[in-house]
Design a protein around this ligand. Structure first.
Ligand code: MN
Length: 420
């Protein structure tokens, strides 16, 4: 598919994240006292769909307003037919030569003037461990190369139930966590601010339809509304001490940052790709009916406080061993109901080369090989004031389906005299 041209001139650039082919969904506000509203990114503008709906120019649900709440959950509940019809209506309104232009143009707001908010209410958050390069690297560090992949890994998309309450939108700063750590040099654990705080480069899949009982991979794929970039911040020292036998707990609960724009599965459809070759044949319920993964280039920048950033990793979502549709299908095998607004983290996305690693744990090989930034400073893990930014997008011919950015800054641990 070529670039679809829009009367919003900035949307026709080959480098914008938000051409007419994309139309991602977010929640924004302008100015301190204005309420947050639902919007669609187009070039360097946001189309305010809350006011468009209030004026009757759009009606995704003919019976009731869906954009009167600043979240996309009510719209997701309408289901795939309504999703497709709304996308077609937006495409028509914003296309070059559209007769609607005069009525629609007053509802555009510059992205530069807007503050972005959480695009949807997160019902629950589940995080997976489905990147083979990441699992192999981490397993090699913790258990040695021969036992790097646990025996179940090639059969099950491994995951844990995380916290929805600490999912935040890009741009939200937070404090370094305290936790119980145990250094190999000491017999007893200590309670201290984490010294090995890290990021994890992931994609987040947003469940747009509910389920009762088991769903197939094909059904799961149709339930996924869209994708965001996701940073599963991880305190490696807390994790190393707490994770056996039930997996991560406080080490992953401080914050999870997502990018503010939901890029729809429809926009990503031309970029579907195959999961990597299977080393062990999957059980029938996990086999894919077609292409369920996406070709999305990703990069990570680390910027020390007040300084320029250094790109420290580049990889691609197509490196995942299991797709989000396979993870979602597996999630329902217990009969666990899935809800609109559930968020599934893909697992850290690393690639085969050193420069493709999606966490500092891997990039610095457990702190043994510190990285040198363009500023000359070195990093094994995140220092106070550092900002980690993800950028990503799928590259079409003459256009790009971009995700914007997913950024977060780690502030110093809160002062708790007498707690250490
Ligand atoms: Mn993770």
């Amino acid at each position: 598919m070529p670039l679809l041209r829009s009367w919003v001139e900035s949307a026709n650039s080959a480098t914008t994240d938000f051409p007419l082919n994309n139309l991602p969904y977010g929640v924004f506000s302008v100015g301190l006292d204005a309420p947050a509203r639902c919007g669609v990114a187009i070039g360097d503008m946001i189309l305010d769909v809350t006011t468009l709906e209030a004026e009757g120019l759009i009606a995704p649900d003919p019976d009731t307003a869906v954009f009167d709440v600043a979240a996309w959950n009510d719209f997701m509940e309408l289901g795939p037919d309504a999703w497709a019809a709304f996308r077609a209506r937006l495409t028509e309104m914003l296309a070059e030569g559209a007769p609607d232009r005069a009525a629609v143009e007053p509802h555009l707001v510059p992205i530069a003037d807007a503050e972005m908010h959480m695009p949807f209410g997160v019902s629950e958050f589940t995080d997976f461990y489905a990147g083979r390069h990441h699992a192999t690297n981490v397993g090699t560090m913790f258990r040695g190369a021969e036992n790097a992949l646990p025996p179940n890994w090639l059969h099950i998309p491994i995951g844990y139930n995380g916290r929805a309450s600490s999912v935040v939108v890009s741009g939200t700063a937070f404090h370094r966590p305290w936790g119980q750590l145990k250094s190999p040099d000491h017999d007893a654990p200590a309670f201290l601010p984490s010294r090995r705080f890290d990021f994890e480069l992931e994609m987040g899949a947003i469940v747009g339809q509910p389920s009762q009982g088991m769903v197939s991979v094909a059904e799961a794929d149709a339930m996924i509304f869209g994708y965001v970039m996701l940073n599963d911040w991880s305190a490696r020292d807390i994790q190393a001490w707490e994770y056996q036998p039930l997996g991560p707990f406080q080490s992953k609960a401080t914050a999870t940052t997502i990018s503010p724009w939901i890029v729809t599965a429809a926009a990503l459809a031309p970029f579907r790709t195959q999961t990597p070759p299977r080393e062990k044949e999957l059980l029938p319920y996990l086999r894919e009916p077609g292409l369920t993964l996406y070709d999305i280039g990703l990069e990570v920048t680390l910027a020390p406080e007040g300084k320029a950033g250094t790109v420290i990793a580049r990889t691609n979502y197509r490196e995942m061993y299991y797709s989000s549709a396979q993870q979602l299908a597996h999630h329902t095998t217990s009969g666990c109901p899935m809800n609109v607004g559930d968020l599934l983290g893909s697992g850290t996305i690393s690639g085969p080369e050193k420069g493709n690693r999606g966490s500092l744990l891997e990039l610095s090989w457990g702190g043994k090989e510190p990285m040198t930034l363009d500023t000359g400073e070195t990093r094994s893990f995140i220092e106070d004031g550092d900002t980690i930014t993800f950028r990503g997008g799928a590259e079409g011919e003459g256009y790009r389906i971009g995700f914007g950015q997913c950024a977060g800054t780690v502030l110093p641990a809160v002062d708790k005299p007498g707690w250490a």
